[in-house]
Ligand binder design. Structure first.
Ligand code: SF4
Length: 220
């Protein structure tokens, strides 16, 4: 592939984890002079129906709004179970292996299709392990003779959320794998319990205030 596309921009293969997380990276990469083609490689997303829904949302936005091509890579679920799932709830180890699996396939496709630059939308999410993800992208790109385009765009996450809302895009409540779904559910429960405890404490405080300080002195 030529270093310059017909648009005069530099072609870049952009691994995308979902539609909402693609909004800002595509916009910012274009501003920087790149022309992204999206690469979908996400065998981590479970169940398969959720994977298909996220892919459908991404494709719809890419075709109707962003006018960006989408390449769908291998859905290597056996590989994910073999190389990632054994780490289970060890999040650091699990996510590192997950990034490596997805970005290795993205870099392989980039090389095979003649791209010289690669990136990933994972850089926009404050929920990802930023340094581990950068490390995986840079290492795997270098191994394929590619340039990794890695920018810290986490401050654009609120814009991505707002943009996705305005477009009526489906937004998931967990990263992708079954372990992240369980972790997200636990965090939601913990947050709900904390809210309830705070409300109960506030109610109790109101009752004590209304009762007045003299009533609080007992046993004298
Ligand atoms: S939390 Fe996300 S990045 Fe980490 S293993 Fe699960 S799907 Fe992959």
């Amino acid at each position: 592939m030529d270093e310059r596309s017909a648009s005069g921009r530099t072609p870049l293969l952009l691994h995308a984890c979902c539609g909402p997380c693609s909004l800002e990276p595509v916009r910012l990469l274009r501003e920087e002079g790149f022309e992204p083609t999206i690469c979908w490689v996400n065998p981590n997303i479970q169940p398969v129906a959720e994977h298909d829904l996220r892919l459908r949302v991404l494709r719809d936005w890419a075709a109707r709004v962003a006018h960006v091509d989408v390449i769908v890579g291998a859905d290597d679920r056996d590989g994910w179970e073999r190389l990632v799932a054994p780490a289970a709830f060890d999040r650091g180890r699990r996510c590192r292996a997950c990034y490596a699996l997805r970005l290795a396939e993205t870099c392989r496709i980039a090389r095979a299709r003649g791209f010289s630059h690669v990136s990933t939308t994972l850089a926009v999410s404050p929920y990802q392990l930023f340094d581990a993800c950068e490390d995986a992208l840079v290492t795997l790109a270098r191994a394929q003779g590619l340039h990794a385009v890695w920018r810290d765009v986490r401050d654009r996450y609120p814009d991505a959320v707002r943009g996705a809302r305005e477009l009526g895009m489906y937004r998931q409540s967990y990263c992708g794998c079954r372990f992240s779904a369980a972790e997200a559910a636990r965090e939601r429960h913990e947050a709900r319990d904390a809210r309830r405890a705070a409300k109960a404490a506030a109610r109790a405080g109101r009752v004590l205030t209304e009762a007045g300080p003299s009533r609080l002195v007992t046993g004298t």
